[in-house]
Design a protein around this ligand. Sequence first.
Ligand code: PLP
Length: 469
Amino acid sequence: MKYLSTRGDTTPRGFCDILLEGLAPDGGLYLPTHYPRVDAATLARWRGLPYADLAFEILSLYVDDIPPDDLRALVRKTYTREVFGTDAIVPLKPLGDGLYLEALSNGPTLAFKDMAMQLLGNLFEYELARRGQQLNILGATSGDTGSAAEYAMRGKKGIRVFMLSPHGRMSPFQQAQMFSLQDPNIHNLAIEGVFDDCQDIVKAVSSDLEFKRRWSIGTVNSINWARLLAQVVYYFAGYFQATKTNDERVSFAVPSGNFGNICAGHVARMMGLPIHRLVCATNENDVLDEFFRTGTYRVRASAETFETSSPSMDISKASNFERFVFDLLGRDAARTAELFGVQVPQRGGFTLAPDEFARVPSFGFVSGRSTHADRLATIRDTWQRHGVMIDTHTADGLRVAREHLDPGVPMVVLETALPAKFAATIREALGREPERPPGFEGIEALPKRFTVLPAQVDAVKRYIETHCA
Ligand SMILES: *Cc1c(COP(=O)(O)O)cnc(C)c1O
């Protein structure tokens, strides 16, 4: 399998060539040259497989530059009961009326990002060792992504993580999760500023090409193809659990921000998984819902981006969205480059032509938006009727899922985080503390390892220099 860019660069690249890269050189995103179709016999065979073996089968279709035995060992080491809590890895919880929650949040940081990031950590370590290289991952976080990256990269050979977070602004639980890591390759840098300051510093350091090359600076952002590919697997696993035969169809509802998670659903559907609808759920930051209702994609300014109680979906532009639009446009790279390379930067967005927008339903997409009041009501209702406590992001998904139920078609809502991470909203909804999974009791009292730095690019550069030697 080779990979191309959504903006037209067709230089043939293998999976491992793009594994450690971000954007393609022309500014586009990498996609496989085609989506392998899974025939009925293959789908039937996959139904009985344990999660790690299913992951191996799916990854093998897209990865031909890692020997199969090595790839199998990497996925087996990743998707274990020890790391994800159950043998099913992503068990379904029935909520009645054909509705299910798919549990994706039982990894080390209690959010679905572990599903992909844990694999990425093992792939990075493997590929860096093969090349005799090192990588210094630099990132900024307001919570979820940073901790998922740190837990995936802790103790990995050849990798260091420098994670910037706004000093004193993360929740006590999030701080405890990240700062209690004692691994010497993990560096928590608490920046005296807000999240935007952290992000600006990362951008400034990354655009200093000389510094970047000298210190092998890389990232683990959500546009990484390997992350997306890892997420394709749990759509198949969810489908098999919600159905008895492969003649049935299933819909998925996905709490969305950067469009990474639901884009993996799109890939699964393109491979032939019988997905009826892909329900894109947003919170008050409804860039994506607006697009699916109107055909207009309008990036928001930071002043127009709301801070909500489902903070991991507070995005102003959806960084993976270009992948779907490329497919929607029949893989017309020139048109994609015009929309994302010219119209988005110059005019802040675009409106599709009517004939282009008319193709959306054939890709299964529908959408909806949810508000703080909806989240509270959904969390309360799910607790009272089913005795199941859900987090705020999953509540957005469930709320919008209920608007798109079709009789006889199971609806699987992806649970993207556990309520323990969002205690304040759970207290507001239920008047009680969220459940904490075993092993997370009292983590706030663990010793913390972090360094406070001023919001200055030079301070961060100097820290990196002195800790890479
Ligand atoms: C990252 C995240 C999302 C959004 O996922 P995308 O892939 O960016 O669409 C939703 N919920 C939670 C809890 C997250 O951490």
